[in-house]
Design a protein around this ligand. Structure first.
Ligand code: ADP
Ligand code: ZN
Length: 765
């Protein structure tokens, strides 16, 4: 055996030699094509003959040549870049059988099926084979018939498999998803570490590593762990493809009304294929249902579904009987659907590597496709909680990856540049013209340094002992009891940003964390000032802070009341909503007549345990208290007991400036009845005449409409000159009430116009 191997080894390019000799030794005689063909011609011939492709994709030729010439390599190409062919085509051209290490049975199966479809003898050895099938595969490998043999690392490293490998003619070893070997990577699998043993068992057989997602550190770790091109891995050929996917557009939005935002993204690509990724199974179910209700052909996919359901849904998606698959990240590996036109992430992925890979499933066919990421501050927290802390190094890597992802989401530099730079690649253009930052979807605040200084000095005044929510409230000048108890209303930074809402301030705090000026520490995520944050206080830094673009009103149509979700227990909200529906059905009235959404949210936010507490809820008057109080309080108490949610949470309701009090409960039935007219652009006087209502009443309805639809442009109802004057006045006196604005304008603009403009301005925040 050994002799035979040495004999074969003589044909190979020596291991450990970093660069090819000027005249590399002749590779194996090819299985196909005449002997005087060059390696490239032979490979191209195989590409044509078996795959029907006319040309190499970028880097494929170099990668394949490395294999044919026996120069060990690390090949990094983005998802869809055509990695598999880099070892499959050479395997076809070389005598013997290529051993391919792959982490997932489903991945192996797909590749083997695809190879067989092309007429290439290939097989996978895994636990799903019967003993006879396994024997058959072994025979075909020994006889040299198989060109590729796929195995999972656990199986490959058993003594039986290793000694079997010494009995066959192995042409090359390809390690797929090779980042799994690195604990710096996002998908570390300890069993990959054992692959180095193949060195001893198959001396002289060249090994190559393939991955889509590798930072420089991971790349070198792969080469080193496997000892590619030499024991230290420093002789390996590094072939790094560009990670830029020019046909993909990137957008990031803070999650406000996820379903509405997702529905918007889906609506833009009606009838086309898309993937929506959610963090939890429950969210998958909820989102798929909501989309289906909106008439979208959407199906769920997660590990909790029965195998056959999952399989059926996946097939329906691939066969285009469904347009949208709503899935956890369990979905997608090994799925080769090239015409996915959009990928929406309904929550923060746990690393930029994951994001690159998952969003990379869009537009594999090279046609334009959209990547939308919706994130909330809590997502990173969720991932941190889910991080396994048992291995300190792995935990530190995972936490750093979460931070990097968070930084991306709250960042304000070109998304494409940010992604590329994470993978160590520069981006030459100033403007990529296909991300939200470059397209100007995001508006920057004008004086970010001053704003950031105000926020960070408040963190300093609070002695770095509080979290983002609390700090935001202090800056907003909230009169919440715990703030008064701590006497934080006496701090010089109290109310320093009283013009802004706590939600907006909270957002800026996240951005400052994302840009490294602040850091969250400890179990309670208390805010700390970093070294660069200290420099910022001295004026020596250039932060960038976003304000949501004012002209996005239309796409946010469905985001009604979006800002009011803060502190709301969503599950409780859903439960109360179901109860509301039951009551409404029994009574034969519309649901909003029982309670508006705002009231339900406030209940799910405050979670009162007593009738007195319930009476505090916005939108609960005497009658409703008497009629429904007991029933709702009982449900709230029951929910909190079951889930451990805090009863009587003291969270203050969302701020209620003077301009909003009229619709705190959501639109009234009478107002809803004229929304259609407003949508058609009918004037106040026309509506007032048509309905025989007082003008002031109609202005009230209009105001509810503006709030409900989150309209930010008063144009059809207030003339431009007046609108501008009111906006200027609001900038000076703030949004605390209409009277100060009226007075600021010297009584020259009427209250109705002021009210309309003020509502539109409030909607912009
Ligand atoms: P990766 O493993 O890098 O994600 P794949 O190897 O699955 O990518 O290739 C992605 C798609 O591109 C597959 O459908 C594959 O057949 C196709 N492909 C690969 N190389 C070429 C080529 N040279 N010409 C045309 N299509 C190619
Ligand atoms: Zn850009």
């Amino acid at each position: 055996m050994l002799t035979a191997m040495v004999g074969r080894q003589g044909l190979r390019y020596a291991r450990g030699v970093p660069t090819p000799a000027p005249n590399p030794p002749a590779p194996h005689s090819p299985d196909i094509g005449p002997a005087d063909e060059t390696a490239a011609e032979r490979l191209l011939g195989a590409l044509r003959r078996y795959w029907g492709y006319d040309s190499f994709r970028p880097l494929q030729q170099e990668a394949m040549t490395c294999v044919v010439e026996g120069r060990e390599s690390v090949v990094v190409l983005p998802t869809g870049g055509g990695k598999s062919l880099c070892f499959q085509a050479p395997a076809v051209c070389l005598p013997g059988t290529a051993v391919v290490v792959s982490p997932l049975i489903s991945l192996m199966k797909d590749q083997v099926d695809a190879l067989r479809e092309c007429g290439i003898p290939a097989a996978a050895v895994n636990s799903s084979l019967s003993p006879e099938e396994r024997r058959d595969v072994a025979d075909r490998a020994r006889s040299g018939e198989l060109k590729l043999l796929y195995m999972a690392p656990e199986r490959l490293l058993t003594d039986g498999a290793l000694s079997f490998l010494t009995t066959i003619d192995v042409s090359l070893i390809a390690i797929d998803e090779a980042h799994c070997i690195s604990s710096w990577g996002h998908d570390f699998r300890p069993e990959y570490r054992g692959l180095r043993r193949l060195r001893e068992v198959l001396p002289g057989v060249a090994m190559h590593a393939y991955t889509a997602t590798a930072t420089e550190r991971v790349r070198h770790d792969i080469a080193q762990q496997l000892g590619l091109g030499g024991d230290q891995g420093d002789g390996a050929e590094m072939l790094i493809g560009s990670f830029d996917r020019p046909n993909l557009s990137y957008r990031v939005q803070r999650a406000k009304n996820k379903i509405g935002q997702i529905a918007d993204a889906v609506g833009k690509r009606k009838g086309e294929s898309g993937i929506v990724y959610c963090i939890s199974r429950k969210e998958v179910e909820r989102t798929a249902e909501a989309l289906a209700e909106l008439g979208v052909r959407a199906l769920p996919y997660h590990a909790g579904l029965a195998d056959e359901v999952r399989q059926r849904n996946q097939e329906a998606f691939i066969q285009e009987r469904a347009d949208v698959i709503v899935a956890t990240v369990a979905f997608g590996m090994g799925i080769d659907k090239s015409n996915v036109r959009y990928v929406v992430h309904a929550g923060l992925p746990k690393s930029i590597e994951n994001y690159q890979q998952e969003s990379g499933r869009a537009g594999r066919d090279g046609l334009e496709a959209d990547c939308l990421l919706l994130y909330s501050a809590g997502d990173a927290q969720t991932w941190r909680r889910m991080t396994d802390m048992s291995d300190p190094q792995a935990a530190a890597t995972a936490l750093a990856a979460i931070d990097a992802m968070s930084g991306y989401a709250s960042g304000v530099t070109c998304r494409r540049r940010a992604l590329l730079s994470h993978f160590g690649e520069g981006y030459a253009k100033d403007n990529c013209a296909s991300c939200d930052v470059c397209l100007g979807d995001l508006e920057l605040v004008e004086e970010p340094l001053i704003l950031a200084q105000k926020i960070i000095s408040c963190v300093a005044r609070l002695e770095q002992r509080f979290g983002g929510d609390y700090t935001a409230k202090v800056l907003a000048g909230s009169s919440e009891q715990r703030i008064l108890d701590q006497r934080h209303d006496r701090l010089s930074t109290y109310g320093l940003l009283s013009d802004s809402r706590p939600a907006a301030i909270r957002d800026w705090i996240e951005q400052l964390v994302g840009q490294g000026f602040l850091a969250k520490e400890g179990e309670y995520n208390t805010l700390h000032i970093t070294e660069t944050g200290r420099r910022l206080l001295k004026g020596d830094a250039a932060p960038q802070l976003l304000k949501p673009a004012a002209r996005k009103a239309k796409s946010q149509r469905q985001a009604a009341g979006a800002d009011n979700w803060e502190g709301v227990d969503r599950d409780l909200f859903e439960r109360l909503r179901t109860m509301r529906a039951e009551i409404a059905t029994t009574a034969g009235v519309p649901a909003y007549v029982v309670f508006g959404d705002a009231a339900l949210r406030d209940m799910a936010r405050r979670r009162p345990s007593t009738l007195d507490g319930f009476a505090e809820v916005r939108g609960v008057g005497q009658k409703k208290l008497a009629e429904y109080g007991e029933r709702f309080v009982a449900a709230i108490v029951d929910h909190c007991e079951q889930t451990g949610a805090k009863l009587d949470a003291l969270g203050a309701p969302a701020p209620t400036p003077a301009t909003r009090t009229d619709d705190a409960e959501g639109p009234s039935a009478a107002a809803l009845a004229c929304f259609g007219r407003f949508r058609n652009g009918e004037s106040i006087d026309d509506v007032s005449a048509a309905l025989s209502r007082a003008r002031s009443t109609v202005v009230g309805y209009l105001n509810q409409y503006l709030r409900h639809e989150q309209i930010t442009d008063p144009a059809p109802w207030v003339n431009a000159a007046h609108a501008r004057r009111v906006e200027e006045a609001i900038e000076q006196v703030g949004l605390r009430g209409l009277k100060p604005i009226f007075e600021q304008l010297g009584g020259e603009v009427d209250y109705d116009a002021i009210r309309i403009v003020a509502t539109c301005v409030a909607n912009r925040e």
